[in-house]
Design a protein around this ligand. Structure first.
Ligand code: CO8
Length: 375
């Protein structure tokens, strides 16, 4: 069977960046104002006051220091707390397609390809800007690709689930070159009004190009040794925004229509699940943890990644064994592990193995075993 190779990656980073200090200052003003406006109800015990955020907490609890967003002005405006994304006409490229095309071009350029060489486009991300037509089909047209394209959503695990789909399509002969794109505009669905959520997410888009060995050129290549996905239902990370909202009878808390989670529970339940998933996947491929040089893990929380790596290795990981981009990018949902791979795959040589792994809502976990073939 033809080998499947990963031959290029791309990253779109928005120009607007927000430090923890800026975010905390904005939410402090917003919550002080909200508490003042609701003072009477708070005093009557009908409402809870909104707690004020702290930079120290964010750094310590998550390892997040900064994030990029599509529109800083709107996010930091205490009266708005969400980005401004101007409406575009139907004939203009949509905002998600636009950032996906930017990331795609970098991945294609690395492999010496153009859009016309691609015959499968999969867009995987946590939040899609519309129901249809698929963003992936818009991208397919914009880059001049042929074949087929579709969108899918497995929250933070969307990249690895989409990579497995693409690998399967290539193995089955349905396509020769597949682009996997993760346009994460998390700022559109983050809850910037509550301190337990406002710091978590950032925006970015990643791209991965996969080719059959026969179709690939002679540049940098990573062989996909295996892929594995797993899901277990949990209500601990939820977002109930959907097309049935307008038909629902009964009262909903508006905060149910954006991201929410029971973070501590997620931390406790997901870390052992991910470590066991990776270990089992390696074992079934005849590999030990010591055969792996690098773990490009989903980027949600620094403590989580350290714990997962420590559980696997049986010791503290060295910085480069499990690289992190949280300090700069925060949690970019499905893009996170691919950003880690994109920025931190240097220093490995032909034959070295690595694991790209994402995890998140669902719960969902996906792992992709890679072996470097050539520079
Ligand atoms: N500032 C000050 N204090 C705070 C803040 C803050 N910003 N936030 C919380 N606190 C307080 C709490 O109120 C609590 O106070 P008290 O003890 O009085 O009740 C105290 O600090 C401790 O709070 P937590 O127990 O919540 O703190 P943790 O140490 O658990 O840290 C984390 C919170 C950082 C959220 C941590 O639990 C975590 O990272 N968990 C893992 C979460 C995770 O991996 N989630 C995956 C989410 S991604 C995904 O799959 C969905 C993708 C969807 C993308 C959608 C985009 C919007």
């Amino acid at each position: 069977m033809d080998r499947i190779l990963l031959t290029g990656t791309g990253l779109f980073t928005p120009t607007d960046g927000i430090t923890n200090a800026e975010l905390v200052a904005s939410l402090t003003r917003a919550n002080e104002r909200w508490n003042a406006e609701h003072r009477d109800a708070i005093e009557r015990g009908e409402l809870e006051p909104r707690d004020l955020p702290s930079e120290k907490f964010i750094e310590k609890a998550s390892g997040i220091g900064h994030r990029y967003v599509m529109d800083k002005r709107g996010v930091l405006d205490p009266e708005r707390l969400r980005p401004h994304l101007p409406l575009r006409g139907e004939d203009e490229l949509g905002v998600q397609a636009e950032i996906a095309v930017a990331a795609a071009k970098e991945a294609l350029g690395q492999a010496g390809r153009t859009g016309a060489d691609v015959d499968c486009v999969v867009v995987g991300c946590s939040n899609l800007q519309r129901a249809y037509p698929a963003v992936a089909i818009e991208v397919q047209q914009a880059i001049g690709a042929s074949g087929f394209a579709y969108d899918m959503n497995v929250a933070c695990s969307s990249a690895t689930f989409a990579i497995q789909n693409a690998v399967d399509a290539l193995r089955a002969g349905h396509a020769r070159r597949a682009l996997v794109l993760n346009p994460e505009i998390t700022s559109g669905h983050n809850n910037f009004a509550l301190r337990e959520y406002h710091f978590i997410f950032g925006d970015a888009c990643t791209a991965v190009l996969l080719e059959t060995d026969a179709a690939a050129g002679t540049g940098e290549a990573w062989e996909v040794l295996g892929t594995r996905l797993a899901t277990v239902f949990s209500n601990n990370i939820r977002n109930d925004a959907g097309f049935l909202n307008r038909c629902e009878d009964g009262e909903r808390d508006p905060f149910e229509l954006v991201f929410r989670q029971n973070g501590r529970q997620v931390f406790k339940e997901v870390c052992p699940m991910v470590a066991a998933h990776i270990r089992d996947h390696l074992e079934d491929e005849g590999l030990a943890v010591s055969d792996v040089k690098r773990f490009w893990l989903h980027q949600a929380n620094l403590g989580m990644n350290k714990l997962i790596a420590k559980t696997l290795l049986g010791r503290e990981p060295e910085d480069l064994e499990s690289p992190t981009i949280l300090d700069e990018y925060a949690n970019t949902s499905s893009a996170g592990s691919v950003i880690a791979f994109h920025k931190h795959r240097g220093g490995l040589v032909a034959g070295d193995r690595g694991v790209l792994c994402s995890f998140g809502a669902g719960y969902s976990v996906g792992s992709i075993l890679l072996r470097k073939l050539r520079d």
